[in-house]
Structure formats: structure tokens, C-alpha cells
Design a protein around this ligand. Structure first.
Ligand SMILES: Nc1ncnc2c1ncn2[C@@H]1O[C@H](COP(=O)(O)OP(=O)(O)OP(=O)(O)O)[C@@H](O)[C@H]1O
Length: 359
């Protein structure tokens, strides 16, 4: 069990405030946030490289907040990998195990297995400077895992890789999680990567933890406008709470000419935004009619084929902004949607809507 409680830390004039994390063995938590939000600083504080000003870091039964870095038994893949250019791949890989003074028999079998899985055996005698970006990334990952750390901290380790290699490494990390109970804290900009690898997601903005939840909750119910915007949700419409009861709220949304019944509580008169993820917008026809309380709109579509999915911009004279829709290509084919399609009907189901306070 890894736990961060009310952690604050600072570098220069930047402050990371009141961070809480909790991770069980074998779990992965992703830390997402815009550039400069403090993700690397958080990893650095956990590693012991950035001074903690208050709070606690616990690993298993140990409080490690002020332990020297080398005693924490953490694996680390920094943003720029931190490989030693003057050493061979083999010596880089042995470095962390040797730094922990592990006997050869205690780390060589795991190292051999990691080398095999990541297919870097042929690189062992090469100097780091002669490797490609992807090869370096694999070496850095193996080096971080070779000393069998209690937790591995990954700072955007897969960004420079091509799509195929990146996904291979995602599967590899998943496999290591399953096989070895590997716990990982992953800093990434990539929501898909976070979703694939992590069980929980934490969103940091300006050094503050805006939301920390299991990944489905973060994805479907961002906690506030900053998180919703960071997650790239464009379908956010101003609304006002017109009724409030034990069961929830009713929000009037002039932009969509609709009143939504939603879960949660806020006083009458509160300014909010109602939102919907682009993949939750329903395309309707006679065989797929909207439900009675759905917000139903009729308009035209501009679409862009993205491969597996199709992104669509829905326009309607009643709307002051577009509605973004993402649908699998096979669905778009079934509905025969094309750029010159006649008018199309869409539905925004109340059950798929979320809301956040307008800030
Ligand atoms: N050593 C330092 N001295 C002064 N300021 C620093 C130092 N290191 C980081 N900062 C500042 O702290 C803030 C947070 O930086 P950090 O690297 O943690 O952000 P990040 O979320 O990891 O960003 P990115 O996604 O771009 O890597 C930034 O404004 C950065 O300029």
C-alpha cells in the first residue's frame, strides 16, 4: 500500500499543495495535468529529490517522507530517461540493483526476464549514445524495474515512441502489474494511456489536486470546469438550477432549449454548465428513437474520419455553438452519415449528462 497524505512541496516559486494519493499493490495511478501543473515535482517529492514542506509519504508499513532517496526502494523512469551515456546498456541495467547492493542472484533472473520481454538482448553491449529513442526508453524501463522496486514512478516514459511500440510497452507494463504485483505512478499527458494503464486518475492543475477518482468516474463525471476542459470536453453549455430537491436538480439550459433532471445538489439560481462526452451523444433514426426526457436536436453534420472512429461537428440554427460527437465508423456507416447528409436527429440523454459549477 502506497499513500500520500496532505503532501506539500515546492521548487522555486512553485508550490504543490495538499496532495492525497492512495495505491494498493498491483495498482497503477495516473497523474494527469497541463504542462507546468506540478506532475514531475510530485514524483520528485515522492522520490526524495524535492524537499517536502508538510504531509506524509507511506510505503507499506514505513513512513518514508524524510528517508534518503536510495533507501526508498522506488523505481524511476524520468522524463529524459536519465541513462548514463558513458556506460553500456548492460551496466546501466545493473546500476540500480548494484546501488541497492543486491546480490547477483537476487536480480539477474528478473533482469534476464525483463531483457527478454522487452527484446533488448541484442543491445546489451551497446553504448547508450548509439541507441534509438525507443530503444533508450525500453532500457530505462527495464533499469527502473530491475531492482524489483516496491513502486515504480514513470514520468511520461512512452511519449517519444511510435504508436505500435508504445502500445507494446503498455501491454508489457500491464503484464508486469499482473504477474509481479507491480505498483506504478504514471505521469502522462495522454488520456488514452492513463485510461489503459491506470486504475485511478489524479488531475493536477496549478499545483492543486482538482480530482482524484477511479478512471471511469473521472472520465464520465469531471469534478469541475477546469478538469472538464483539461479532459478536452467541448460540449459544455451554460445552465441555471431552477429546482433543487433530495432527488437532484433541474437545470434550465437555454443554449439547448431544454431542462435537464440531473443528480447532485446545488441551490436554485446556481450557474452551472451541463456537459456530455462526445461519444455519449446518440444519433437517432426510426429504429433508434430518442427517449422521452432526452434533449433532441435536429441539424447538419461535418465529419472527419479518424480511422476506427469518426469525429462529427453537429450544427443547428438553434445552437450558438457546435456539438462534438465521436462515433465508431461502423455506426456512421450504418446510419449512412456523410458530409452531405440531409438533416440528422441527435439526442443528449439526461442519464449521460454531467454538470459542473460555472466558475
Ligand atoms: N528547479 C526548479 N526551479 C524553479 N522552478 C521550477 C523548478 N522545477 C520546476 N519548476 C517550476 O515548477 C512548475 C511545475 O513544474 P513541473 O515540471 O512539476 O510540471 P509538469 O506538470 O511536470 O510539467 P510538464 O508536463 O511540462 O513536464 C513549473 O512552473 C516549473 O517551471
Amino acid at each position: 500500500m502506497f499513500e500520500v497524505e496532505a503532501l506539500s512541496a515546492g521548487v522555486g516559486s512553485f508550490r504543490l499543495e495538499n496532495i492525497f494519493l492512495s495505491l494498493n499493490e498491483g495498482e497503477c495511478q495516473a497523474v494527469l495535468g497541463p504542462s507546468g501543473s506540478g506532475k514531475s515535482t510530485l514524483l520528485s517529492a515522492i522520490l526524495g529529490a524535492t524537499p517536502v514542506t508538510s504531509g506524509h509519504i507511506r510505503l507499506g508499513d514505513d513512513e518514508i517522507t524524510y528517508w534518503p532517496m536510495e533507501q526508498r526502494r522506488l523505481g524511476y523512469v524520468p522524463q529524459h530517461l536519465g541513462l548514463f551515456p558513458h556506460l553500456s546498456v548492460r551496466d546501466n541495467l545493473r546500476y540500480s540493483a548494484r546501488a541497492r547492493k543486491l546480490a547477483r542472484n537476487d536480480f539477474e533472473p528478473l533482469l534476464d526476464k525483463l531483457v527478454e520481454i522487452t527484446n533488448i538482448g541484442k543491445l546489451l553491449n551497446r553504448q547508450i549514445g548509439t541507441l534509438s529513442g525507443g530503444e533508450r526508453q525500453r532500457v530505462a524501463l527495464v533499469r527502473a524495474l530491475a531492482a524489483n522496486p516496491r513502486l515504480v514512478l514513470l514520468d511520461e516514459p512512452f511519449t517519444a515512441l511510435n504508436e505500435t511500440l508504445r502500445k507494446e510497452l503498455w501491454w508489457l507494463v500491464k503484464e508486469l502489474q499482473r504477474e509481479r504485483g507491480l505498483s506504478a505512478l504514471l505521469v502522462t499527458h495522454d488520456l488514452t494511456e492513463a485510461y489503459f494503464l491506470a486504475d485511478k486518475i489524479t488531475v493536477l492543475i496549478n499545483g492543486r489536486q482538482e480530482q482524484s477518482d477511479n478512471k471511469t468516474t473521472i472520465y464520465q463525471h469531471p469534478a469541475n470546469l477546469a478538469v472538464a476542459r483539461f479532459l478536452g470536453i467541448k460540449n459544455l453549455f451554460p445552465a441555471t438550477v431552477v429546482k433543487s430537491s433530495e432527488e437532484g436538480i433541474e437545470a434550465d439550459c437555454p443554449a439547448l432549449a431544454h431542462s435537464f433532471r440531473l443528480q447532485g445538489h446545488a441551490p436554485v439560481g446556481t450557474a452551472i454548465r451541463v456537459g456530455i462526452r462526445p461519444e455519449n451523444v446518440m444519433v437517432c433514426d426510426e429504429d433508434h428513437p430518442p427517449c422521452p426526457n432526452d434533449c433532441v436536436l435536429s441539424g447538419t453534420i461535418r465529419l472527419i474520419d479518424m480511422g476506427v472512429n469518426v469525429a462529427m461537428h453537429f450544427h443547428s440554427p438553434q445552437l450558438s455553438s457546435i456539438i462534438e460527437i465521436i462515433a465508431p465508423r461502423r455506426l456512421v456507416n450504418r446510419f449512412r452519415i456523410a458530409n452531405d447528409s440531409p438533416r440528422l436527429t441527435i439526442a443528449l440523454p439526461s442519464s449521460a449528462m454531467f454538470w459542473v459549477r460555472d466558475e
